[in-house]
Design a protein around this ligand. Structure first.
Ligand code: EPZ
Length: 442
């Protein structure tokens, strides 16, 4: 494990060992939203004053972004596990190296942030989870509209401007990344920028709120038209990241698939409405309170149809979790993925447990089976990895999920939180440890 500045970035061969069969029962606390935090951290380098970011999840994507920021001279001090102080007054370079970008996609937010602040940025083409083609044409279109010259050379995106001037930008596709990146580049530009067909995800709103707390003037975030009036300078602020709606949704499905009773705490129920609606259709009881949702599932789940859509539609980041749950449901379900073109890779893995799913293009036709059998699986990406863990939690006998480095990109202490709900799961990195786990849980 590499420990740096109090936080860790681990790339090991650990896997989850799971003995399924227990319904999950109890309470789980949800952490800060990874995808909001990525935008907020990039935005934090746009002021020379100190910013304090709270409720930061301790997950790999965040820790890698912090390292990328440190690599250009940003001072990052993790005062507590979920709090970071950032001082970007001494940035010494405007080039983000390939190593960091290969690991995560969101370091491209540094492109918008650096371009906005210094009018120049060089960032390697982004990596991230392999869930289909992940273009950046709209980000580039936005930067160009603001007056930057953008070229791609030697694997780097190079953006440069004498000055940035507000513009009217229409996004052909609803894109979270492009909306946030253009917002970052525009807050210090001269004049007014309008982003039309903007993404409305809660994390877009959170980044806009953070920028406003720094003194920016961003209006309309959360609707499909965002209006930004450029300001001269940003100042410091203290800010707390919103709860992670996808982590929350994953635990809601964990309750549903194991026929459990789980109260998911520290959430904004409004952000979970599409997930809640589907769980109710599938026969679960969902009770909402101010900052928690309780999911109770007492019988076999029912089938339903679902199509992923930009917010407030059903999130693509919850697609594997609902599909895996429907694979144990009664009857035929249809899941249509409309955001990414390769997000059904987990289906072959799930087939090892006896599921019956046929994928045709962007549609999965799911014939529910009564149970899954244990199996040794490999996580193909972050959300699919989490979904496969949920599947293993239902299967009698011992299963394993390899490549949990993907899951750790976005879930903090996933195994520990599941254990607290009664799951028999452990992180093991050798056969000896796996055998020990087997002896322990019997
Ligand atoms: C963000 O990715 C999230 N990542 C993803 O989370 C999430 O799946 C996705 O939004 C959709 O909600 C982060 O926030 C870091 P997009 P992003 O731009 O911004 C097309 C997770 O599991 N597009 O909204 O990369 C694109 O191909 C993940 O946490 C263009 O055509 O997604 C896709 O079809 C993985 N041109 C659609 O837009 C562009 O320039 C939506 O992508 C940009 C995107």
């Amino acid at each position: 494990m590499k420990i740096k500045n109090g936080y860790s970035v681990r790339w090991t061969m650990e896997q989850y060992a799971i003995k399924g069969g227990n319904p999950l029962v109890g309470e789980v606390e949800i952490g800060g939203a990874k995808n909001a935090a990525l935008g907020v951290l990039a935005a934090a380098i746009m002021t020379d004053d100190m910013t304090v970011i709270e409720n930061l999840p301790d997950v790999r994507d965040i820790n890698v972004l912090l390292q990328a920021m440190e690599s250009i001279g940003v001072i990052v001090y993790r005062s507590e596990r979920h709090t970071v102080r950032i001082n970007a007054s001494m940035i010494s370079g405007l080039v983000i190296e390939d190593d960091y970008i290969k690991k995560i996609r969101a370091s491209y937010y540094l492109l918008g942030a650096l371009l906005g602040k210094y009018k120049h940025a060089e960032v390697a083409l982004p990596g991230g989870c392999n869930i289909g083609s992940r273009k950046i044409d709209l980000h580039i279109k936005g930067f160009k509209a603001l007056g930057a010259e953008v070229k791609i050379e030697h694997g780097l995106i190079i953006a440069d401007a004498k000055y940035l001037k507000g513009a009217h930008i229409y996004l052909d596709t609803v894109s979270v990344g492009a909306t946030i990146n253009i917002m970052l580049a525009a807050v210090l530009a001269d004049g007014k920028t309008v982003i039309e067909n903007a993404a409305k995800e809660p994390h877009v709103v959170d980044v806009a709120n953070f920028l406003n707390s720094l003194g920016a003037n961003v209006k309309g975030a959360g609707t499909d038209v965002i209006r930004i009036s450029g300001v001269k300078k940003l100042h410091g602020s203290e800010y707390s990241i919103i709860p992670d709606q996808i982590e929350a949704g994953t635990f809601m499905f964990a309750a549903a698939i194991t026929k459990g009773d789980v109260t998911v705490k520290n959430v904004i129920p409004k952000h979970l409405e599409s997930t809640t609606a589907k769980l109710i259709e599938m026969g679960c009881q969902v009770e909402e309170s101010d900052d928690a949702v309780r999911v109770v599932a007492s019988k076999r789940l029912m089938s339903t149809h679902v199509k992923t859509l930009p917010y407030p539609g059903f999130p693509t980041d919850m697609q594997p979790q609902i599909a895996v749950s429907l694979a144990l449901g009664k009857g035929t379900s249809i899941v249509t993925e409309s955001i990414f073109d390769n997000r059904f890779k987990y289906v072959d893995e799930l087939a090892k447990m006896g599921s019956n799913i046929k994928v045709e293009g962007n549609t999965a036709i799911i014939e529910g089976v009564e149970r899954f059998t244990s199996a040794n699986l490999t996580a193909p990406d972050l959300r699919a990895g989490a979904a496969l863990v949920l599947a293993c939690l239902t299967a009698e006998g011992f299963s394993t999920v390899e490549d949990i480095k993907y899951i750790e990109r976005g879930y903090e202490d996933f195994d520990v939180k599941l254990q607290k709900l009664g799951a028999q799961i452990a992180k093991v990195d050798s056969d000896k440890e796996f055998q020990k786990f087997k002896l322990k849980v019997g």
